[in-house]
Design a protein around this ligand. Structure first.
Ligand code: CU
Length: 311
C-alpha cells in the first residue's frame, strides 16, 4: 500500500503528452467542453468525498479503544445529521443536474447552436462552410465518406483545422461507438439508423480514434488515425485520394463491408464514391441486409466442442 502511494506522484508528473491521458489533453472545443464538465463534476463530488474521508479517519481515531470515548448504545436519531445526509446530496444532485443540462446542450451535435456558440468555440470563423463526413462502421473497419468531395478513406479520418466537421453516422452491423478522445466524445453508429456528431480540430496533428464498444472478434483492431491538417495540406490530401485507383460503387462497398479482422492502421483510399452511398447503406440494412461473419473469426466461441454438451 505504502509503495503504491509512493508511486502516486508519478501519475501527476507523467503529463499530458502521454497517450494514456488523451481526455486531459483536448485539441478541439468539444473535447475541451467535455473536460471542463468532467472536472466540474469531480469538484462538486469532492464536497462529499473530502468530508467523508476526513470524518472516517476522525471517527476511527476518536472512537479507538484507547481513547475511552463515551459509549451510547441507545442513541438513534439526530435532526442535524438527517438534515446533512439528505440536504447535502440534494444540493449536489441539483448542481450536477444543472451542469449536466447545460453541458449536454453545449456539446449537443443535434442543436443548431453547437460549434457556433462563442463560449464553446472561439476559433470558428463566421460563415465557414462545414466539412461533411459520413461515417460507416462495418465488421471491423471505419469508412469515412466525404460526400461533397466524392472521396472516401477507410481507417483514416483526415480533416482540416479550424473547420467545423459535421458527421453523419451509421453501421452495417452491430452498434458501434465512434470516439476521438482528444477531439470529440462518444456517439453511437447504429445499423439502419443515422446519428450525428460535430467537432473542430484546433491544432494540426495526429490523433487516435477508436471504437469504444465491444463489437466482436475484430474489435481490438478497430482503431483509426485522425489527421488534422492545415488548409493547404488538406487540399493536397484530397487531391491524392482523388488520384487513387479504387472506386467505391455500391457493389464495391458491399465487398469492402465483408467482415475482416486486423485492419488496424491500414488506410484505404477510394476515389469516386457513388453518390448517395450513406443513404443506400441505411436503406439496405433496414431492408435486412447482413454481412455474415466467417466461421474462422468466431471458432473460439462456436466450435462444436463448445456447443455440443457432454454429460
Ligand atoms: Cu455503457
Amino acid at each position: 500500500m505504502t509503495r503504491m502511494l509512493a508511486l502516486f506522484p508519478l501519475l501527476l508528473l507523467s503529463g499530458c503528452s502521454d497517450k494514456h491521458y488523451w481526455l486531459f489533453d483536448p485539441k478541439g472545443p468539444i473535447a475541451s467542453a467535455e473536460l471542463h464538465y468532467m472536472i466540474l463534476d469531480v469538484l462538486v463530488m469532492l464536497v462529499v468525498i473530502i468530508p467523508v474521508t476526513a470524518l472516517t479517519i476522525w471517527v476511527l481515531w476518536r472512537y479507538r479503544a484507547a481513547a475511552q470515548a463515551r459509549h451510547e448504545p441507545g442513541w438513534a436519531h439526530s435532526n442535524v445529521l438527517e438534515f446533512v445526509v439528505w440536504g447535502v446530496p440534494l444540493v449536489i444532485v441539483a448542481i450536477l443536474g444543472y451542469y449536466s443540462y447545460v453541458g449536454i446542450h453545449a456539446v449537443n451535435p443535434y442543436g443548431p447552436e453547437v460549434l457556433a456558440k462563442k463560449s464553446v468555440v472561439e476559433t470558428t470563423r463566421q460563415g465557414i462552410a462545414p466539412l461533411e463526413v459520413d461515417v460507416i462502421s462495418t465488421d471491423w473497419q471505419w469508412l469515412f465518406v466525404y460526400p461533397k468531395l466524392h472521396i472516401a478513406s477507410a481507417n483514416e479520418l483526415v480533416v482540416p483545422t479550424h473547420v467545423p466537421v459535421h458527421f453523419r453516422l451509421t453501421s452495417t452491423t452491430v452498434t458501434n461507438n465512434f470516439f476521438i478522445p482528444q477531439l470529440v466524445g462518444q456517439i453511437y453508429a447504429m445499423p439502419g439508423m443515422r446519428t450525428k456528431q460535430a467537432m473542430i480540430a484546433d491544432h494540426t496533428g495526429e490523433y487516435h480514434g477508436l471504437a469504444a464498444t465491444l463489437s466482436g472478434p475484430g474489435f481490438s483492431w478497430m482503431d483509426f488515425k485522425v489527421k488534422a491538417l492545415n488548409e493547404q495540406q488538406f487540399g493536397q490530401w484530397v487531391a491524392g485520394v482523388k488520384g487513387a485507383k479504387a472506386q467505391l460503387t455500391y457493389a464495391a462497398f458491399d465487398k469492402f463491408a465483408q467482415p475482416t479482422v486486423n485492419t488496424s492502421g491500414k488506410s484505404v483510399y477510394f476515389a469516386n464514391v457513388q453518390p448517395g452511398l450513406f443513404k443506400h447503406v441505411i436503406q439496405e440494412v433496414k431492408a435486412g441486409k447482413v454481412y455474415p461473419t466467417p466461421y474462422a473469426f468466431t471458432e473460439n466461441m462456436q466450435a462444436p466442442e463448445f456447443t455440443e454438451r457432454t454429460n
